[in-house]
Design a protein around this ligand. Structure first.
Ligand SMILES: [Zn+2]
Length: 140
């Protein structure tokens, strides 16, 4: 499991061609190791020379994007400081259209959920107070 992280592996990572375990391992290595980060930077630079297709650029840009799940956690404010700062930077400073769209979508969903909860609360409140009415009437 602790095979060295090769350039080929990083390349596969960028191409989104790895399984979750490998992705997690590489992302951990990228966080922990300057050498690996440098390796990735160099590899991307090399690719830049060869690849200028829209697909390649899209892939490259999306590399730094947080997952939808992370964006959701960001929205809820439950991320660790580092991750939160990173996503904030990604959204506000880089202004990534993809992630901003994702955020807006999640925000709308979240709002709809909050509305539902408020409706449920009002319904329960109504039902419990409605339940008191017959008892009041019997007293009269
Ligand atoms: Zn993004």
């Amino acid at each position: 499991m602790t095979a060295p992280i090769t350039r080929e592996l990083l390349s596969a990572y960028v191409d989104d061609a790895l399984g979750e375990t490998e992705i997690a391992r590489i992302e951990q290595a990228l966080r922990d190791s300057d050498v690996i980060r440098q390796q990735l930077t160099l590899m991307l630079r090399d690719r830049d020379r060869g690849e200028h297709s829209v697909g390649a650029i899209w892939r490259r840009n999306r590399l730094s994007c947080p997952s939808r799940q992370q964006v959701g956690s960001f929205l809820l404010g439950v991320l660790e400081d580092d991750a939160h700062d990173y996503i904030q930077f990604h959204m506000q400073t880089i202004g990534c259209a993809y992630c901003l769209a994702n955020l807006a979508d999640l925000q709308a969903q979240h709002q709809a959920g909050a509305d539902d909860q408020a409706k449920q609360r009002r319904k329960r409140l109504f039902q419990s107070s409605a339940g008191l009415l017959p008892a009041d009437k019997k007293k009269k």
